[in-house]
Design a protein around this ligand. Structure first.
Ligand code: ZN
Length: 457
């Protein structure tokens, strides 16, 4: 009976995918939802690929997933993945079923699946990843994954013990994660070791889980990412198996050192959070069986997808678009910090981050803005800060509390024509920070700037 239910669910899901494609719509979620509505243990009936790689953690899942997918594809593997779809249970089901036959036989040898942390219990109940990478565990949107201890508990409960795990050694929330998994590889970054502790940033790690003593940082890069030791017992950040030992920002390279050698890769994005993502992916790909050269050749080929970062050079001025995750204080803080480190003596930042999508059904608290570190926006090389959209006054208040001079802030309650507020004769380095729901507006802005610069968007 249950097998019959599976076939009926598969048929309904496959037909819905065909219909969606005929309508020109994305089939990355709904077919999975239909399958699960008709057969709640649908994923359990599907044959799994030979190798199943899963990616989880608060920030960097999509970047890491895209990277793994691109490197494996570059090396001749056909890969099932959900990078451009949903990472909850229905999205995972959709990715698997769309790459399966009607009888549930999987077509590709490898799958790279991004899995939302909170969906862990619903996904790993039916599939056992061969490899699982977790880049970090940080506080998240109150409405989504919220507290780090809750998310750690969910992951610890869900992941099978036989999975090989790849963990960020510089994040103590990751260090003790999934204790049932004994095959553990740690990665991290030693290069550009900071000399001073960051000020005014929230830290999601304070106390030692072994003895309850206070953790003291040896150094911190941002928030709780860095190296720690317990002041009462000998608990400390784990040693790294794969470590970024050099970052050359002039020649755009970085070097990864491991017990089995070292290799220098092309640095395709110099934001430190992405250096962590790259190192983690490389450690997993080495365990998968690729050589340093096979991995490196994909970096060199320039095929790595950067869905969250885009630039436009209009000659007289340059525009950089960066995705920030609204309601996610640390991801947003990191993007603001990155902008402050970018070239330019008189930058203009357009900020399109709000919760307008949430307002359709309800309203989320704006308290996450007070977990954000706005300090980088006070940098004197940022001459103009434009908050656009319905939450512009909330951002304004938060910016004033950080000590940002009100003279450099412009408020605009809509996003549609906010680009017209930028004087490109004065500001030659323009940044558009947008959240997921503002992608269309951000792309439209880029086109407006391209038209102004008489270049192609
Ligand atoms: Zn301790």
């Amino acid at each position: 009976m249950s097998k019959l239910r599976f076939y009926m669910a598969m048929t309904a899901a496959k037909l819905s995918a065909v219909a969606l494609r005929l309508l020109g719509r994305n089939a990355t979620y709904l077919p999975g939802l239909i399958a699960l509505k008709n057969c709640k243990d649908f994923i359990g009936f599907l044959q799994k690929p030979e190798t199943l790689i899963c990616v989880t953690g608060t920030n960097g899942k999509t970047t890491t997933s895209n990277l793994l997918n691109t490197v494996l594809t570059h090396n001749g593997y056909k890969v099932t993945n959900n990078s451009f779809g949903s990472n909850v249970q229905a999205g995972v089901a959709a990715a698997l079923l769309l790459n399966s036959t009607f009888t549930g036989k999987h077509k590709n040898k490898v799958a790279v699946l991004e899995v939302d942390e909170r969906s862990s219990l619903l996904v790993y109940k039916y599939i056992t990843p061969d490899y699982l990478i977790c880049n970090n565990i940080m506080r998240d949107s109150l409405k989504r994954n919220a507290h780090t201890e809750f998310i750690s508990y969910v992951i610890n409960t869900a992941v099978p013990a036989q999975t090989k795990v790849f963990l960020n050694a510089d994040d103590l929330n990751c260090a003790d994660l999934m204790p049932q998994c004994k095959n553990r590889t740690y990665f991290g970054v030693e290069a550009e070791r900071p000399e001073e502790l960051p000020k005014g940033q929230i830290r999601d790690v304070c106390y030692c889980p072994v003895c309850g003593g206070r953790f003291a940082p040896d150094y911190l890069r941002f928030n709780h990412i860095g190296r720690w030791h317990c002041t009462k017992c000998d608990n400390k950040s784990p040693d790294r198996d794969y470590c970024v030992t050099a970052i050359d920002r002039v020649n755009h390279t970085f070097t990864v050192t491991a017990e089995n050698g070292e290799h220098t890769f092309r640095l395709i994005n110099d934001n430190i959070v992405n250096v962590y993502n790259f190192c983690g992916a490389i450690s997993l790909l080495r365990a998968f069986g690729l050589t340093w050269e096979q991995i490196s050749s994909a970096f060199d080929a320039g095929k790595l997808v950067q869905t969250r970062y885009d630039t436009l050079d209009a000659g007289n001025f340059k525009v950089t678009m960066i995705l920030t995750k609204g309601q996610n204080p640390i991801a947003t803080s990191r993007v603001m910090n990155y902008v402050s480190t970018c070239e330019g003596d008189n930058k203009c930042v357009l900020f399109l981050v709000d919760d307008v999508e949430d307002n359709i059904n309800n309203s989320e608290s704006t308290c996450w803005l007070y977990d954000c570190d706005y300090t980088p926006m006070a940098d004197e090389k940022i001459g103009r800060l434009i908050f656009a959209g319905p939450r512009c006054k909330d951002h304004y208040l938060r910016a004033l509390m950080t000590g940002i001079p009100k003279e450099k802030i412009v408020l605009h309650e809509t996003t549609a024509d906010a680009a017209s507020l930028v004087d490109t004769d004065t500001y030659h380095d323009i940044f558009i920070l947008y959240d997921n729901y503002r992608l269309d507006e951000a792309v439209a802005m880029k086109k407006q700037f391209a038209a102004r610069g008489e270049v192609k968007a």
